[in-house]
Ligand binder design. Structure first.
Ligand code: IFM
Length: 463
């Protein structure tokens, strides 16, 4: 039996554009994801977040589900363009009021609000002015953080500045797989720095005696395919871009020299100004980790176009393990190795798994007598989703968490990704990560077996 400390924070996570819908309501301005999703060919099937899981209107029902599951915390993100429709200027009171209602309803149910200020939905006017490759965007973000904290700081204690800046920078500006869809490697490198600076400036603006401030990174455990020099170098480079480019400035106050050398292929470092790293490296109150899969990497003889700008001669290899519906290898050992590496290589900071989960091809069934109950009153039909593969995934990864804690890793909480099925970015509504199934035609919610299982884990305080 793996047990967790009674204070361990059990939660589930979502993000604004992936679940809220209501993109044109109550004064919300457009974000880069509205624009990108409307671009032909950008998102599979032409899906958009216009309605999503309609959480904007259904949040009371969703919070009731969270309470039913016994969640202690709910990680969500605030849509910057609801609060400042153009990304700067005065607050849009109606947008702010939505998050106030959401927060109050969570608190009424004894669920800790755990907001992220930015989960990729940059207000479009800021992108029109240059986006994250431009330093001014970081200043605007700090202003937005300050006024949001001013409005909600009386009821929220734990703040996360950014979710996965690696994705914002390198998927948004290098591969173009994410909004705003630009393919400009040098701009991506500048974006990465300005995102980190945005974190530093925002943290400075909102940290006070009652507020804990952190950031969430998507980290992985990287291993080389063989011990050949080309594979070892590939592993160094990918680990550098995916992990150390963010961890080192945040936790050690300096960029890793080898990564800066790799990136010199793409751009100089003129955008890094004196004092930036001091701000970025100010002590964190917590570090959020999003972990899904490990990476096995190798050298490549032919150039590969990827998010790993400056390192064209690297490729991702197949470790031969079972995969999720995203094609991501399932390996909970990677999470343990990652956590132990953080403990070994970086100063101690309270850690939270802010995302972990898996997409599988879920099947909705009518309980017991499939088909025979079709004519019955809809509410009387019990829908079920037997997602044993998701339970196995979560179970394995939680065991890694328990083992890491046993070996001294300061891991304080875990958030399943995701509470609800949702808009999976350029994959549209195909992949389902939720422990709660969403029927997008009716917006009916159905607890999957994994939700019942997770509720039991929380109730027992372990596995
Ligand atoms: O859905 C995303 C989320 O928005 C950020 N982290 C990874 C998840 C699964 O791809």
């Amino acid at each position: 039996m793996s047990t967790f400390d009674p204070g361990f924070l059990w939660g589930a996570a979502t993000s604004s554009y992936q679940i809220e819908g209501a993109v044109a309501e109550d004064g919300r301005g457009p974000s880069v994801w509205d624009t990108f999703a409307a671009t032909p060919g950008a998102v599979r099937g032409g899906d958009t977040g216009a309605v999503a899981a309609d959480h904007y209107h259904r949040f009371p029902e969703d919070i009731a589900l969270m309470a039913q599951l016994g969640l202690r915390a709910y990680r969500f993100s605030l849509a910057w363009s609801r609060i400042q429709p153009t990304g700067s200027g005065p607050v849009n009171q109606r947008g702010l009021d939505f998050y106030r209602r959401l927060t109050d309803t969570l608190l009424d149910h004894g669920i800790q609000p755990w907001p992220t200020l930015y989960h990729w939905d940059l207000p479009q006017p800021l992108e029109d002015a240059g986006g994250w490759p431009v330093r001014d965007t970081a200043e605007r973000f700090a202003e937005y953080a300050a006024l949001t904290h001013e409005a909600l700081g009386d009821r929220i204690t734990h703040w996360t500045t950014l979710n996965e800046p690696w994705c914002s920078a390198f998927l948004g500006y290098a591969t173009g797989r994410h909004a705003p869809g630009r393919r400009e490697p040098a701009a991506a490198v500048r974006a990465a720095h300005h995102l980190l600076l945005a974190h530093g400036l925002a943290a400075e603006a909102i940290r006070d005696d009652d507020s804990h401030v952190g950031i969430t990174l998507n980290l992985t455990h990287v291993t080389p395919l063989t011990t050949e020099p080309a594979d070892l170098d590939a592993a160094r480079r990918i680990d550098g871009m995916q992990n150390r480019l963010f961890l080192d400035p945040l936790l050690r106050g300096a960029y890793p020299d080898d990564v800066l050398d790799d990136l010199r292929e793409v751009t100089d470092t003129g955008h890094i100004q004196d004092g930036d790293l001091k701000r970025i490296g100010a002590p964190l109150d917590h570090l959020g980790i999003n972990y899904y899969a490990p990476m096995l990497v190798a050298g490549s003889t032919a150039p590969v176009q990827s998010a790993y700008v400056g390192s064209p001669l690297v490729r991702v290899a197949d470790g031969g393990r079972p995969k999720t519906a995203m094609g991501w290898e399932i390996d909970e050992r990677g999470l343990l190795d990652l956590l132990l590496r953080l403990k070994a290589d970086y100063p101690a900071v309270p850690l939270y798994i802010t995302e972990n989960g898996a997409a599988f091809d879920d099947v909705v069934e009518q309980d017991g007598v499939a088909g025979a109950v079709r004519g019955a009153v809809r509410g009387a039909v019990r829908q079920v989703v037997h997602d044993a593969d998701r339970i196995a995934y979560l179970d394995g990864h939680l065991r890694s968490c328990a083992r890491a804690i046993g070996q001294g890793v300061p891991l304080k909480g875990y958030f399943v990704w995701s509470l609800l099925d949702n808009f999976e970015w350029s994959f549209g509504y195909g992949p389902r990560f939720g422990i709660v199934h969403v029927d997008y035609a009716t917006q009916r919610r159905t607890l999957k077996d994994s939700a019942h299982w997770y509720a039991e884990v929380i109730r027992c305080g372990g596995l």
